[in-house]
Design a binder for this molecule. Structure first.
Ligand code: SAM
Length: 340
């Protein structure tokens, strides 16, 4: 086989050149021998700082990740393959498999295939019960791989340790968290109600010029992860996390905020009174809801009415769909400006 041979000290420079010119053989790994490194070549070409030679030894083969369809071929019918959702949520190295009821009997085999096809995934779990209850928790069942429900997830430059059953977390909201962080102006004091394991406080503290971010979470276990996550990201000087019901905790914080985030789509609206009492005139409120698109305008009108009745009229700056709850129902964020 043809190879580009070079002294080890030129290895990186030669590798970069070969990679940029697409000259590296896709199926084999380089070999080091007696102070030289041999890069297997896909075709003959002159390579600066290297000699192109015909070598007698064989190069170790690269292990290719098998494609999911190849792994499932012959085990699922063509129809069954079309039923299988390809885009699954990945939290750290845990993959949360969604399988339609028709494929339930083959769940273990499907899980093994997902495990083999995703080299960064160590565990496959299946959703057992949707998010529910005050803490918005779900149940999952391990189908394949390492027996753990805890993971360290990375998003927007922060690390988040979470437990799939003890804390609410959605990896799919990464862009939305960044959208909020990008609106924060220098020196803002931000309140994140319903902060969970602290993904919003962390992303805002890390990716914005906020002065201080406060987080309030009622679930003691999620709160413990939040505290650990603040330390994990060395953001103790920019984040304060409190455990308890926002109705009790927020009134005790002796300050008003420039921005309040309310990521509790099912019932967040019921806490607008708490928010408005702590929002500075001109403050921005991000209120989430689950709604069909046809109800967006009516909901915006209802929110304006509630706020007016509380003595704090708001302007709806924008209505931002930021996720899919079900085929017709969106997770939507109302960005509100408190007028007084
Ligand atoms: C939809 S989850 C969002 C968690 C987190 N912000 C995130 O995006 O991952 C809502 C969170 O609000 C918490 N929660 C519900 N009611 C609360 C209340 N009255 N006071 C404080 N937290 C509350 C739940 O325990 C849950 O962790």
């Amino acid at each position: 086989m043809l190879a580009a041979a070079t002294e080890l000290r030129h290895a990186e420079q030669v590798r970069k050149y070969l990679s940029a010119k697409k000259l590296l053989h896709p199926d084999f790994l380089p070999v080091k021998e007696l102070g030289f490194i041999y890069f297997p070549l896909a075709k003959k070409a002159a390579v600066p700082s290297a000699k192109v030679v015909l070598v007698k030894f064989s190069f170790p083969a690269k292990k290719h990740q098998p494609a999911l369809d190849d792994l499932l071929k012959g085990k699922l019918t063509v129809r069954e393959l079309t039923l299988l959702p390809r885009s699954q949520e990945i939290v750290g190295n845990l993959l949360i498999l969604e399988i339609p009821p028709e494929l339930e009997k083959k769940e273990k085999m499907i899980a093994e295939a997902f495990l083999q096809a995703n080299k960064h995934v160590a565990t496959i779990v299946r959703k057992q019960r949707m998010h529910g209850g005050v803490y918005r928790l779900r149940k999952v069942r391990i189908l394949a791989g390492k027996k753990t429900k805890e993971a360290v997830h990375q998003e927007n430059g922060v690390k988040l340790k979470i437990h799939l059953e003890n804390t609410y977390f959605s990896a799919r909201l990464a862009n939305e968290r960044l959208r909020i962080a990008q609106q924060v102006k220098p020196g803002e004091e931000v309140l994140v109600m319903f902060s969970g394991a602290a993904p919003y406080p962390l992303v805002i503290a890390k990716r914005s010029p906020a002065k201080m971010v406060y987080g309030i979470e009622i679930n003691p276990l999620a709160h413990r992860y939040a505290i650990e996550n603040v330390a994990l990201n060395k953001l103790e000087k920019k984040i304060r996390i409190f455990q308890g019901d926002v109705r009790e905790v927020v009134p005790k914080i002796r300050k008003k905020f420039d921005r309040v985030v309310m990521p509790l789509p099912k019932t967040g609206e019921e806490f607008l009174d708490v928010t408005l009492r702590k929002a500075k005139p001109g403050a921005i409120v991000h209120l989430y809801a689950f709604l069909e698109e046809k109800y967006f305008a009516a909901e915006a009108k209802k929110i304006k009415e509630i706020c007016k009745q509380q003595g704090h009229p708001v302007r709806v700056l924008r209505t931002v769909p930021c996720g899919q709850f079900s085929p017709y129902v969106f997770r939507v964020c109302f960005d509100l400006k408190v007028l007084r």
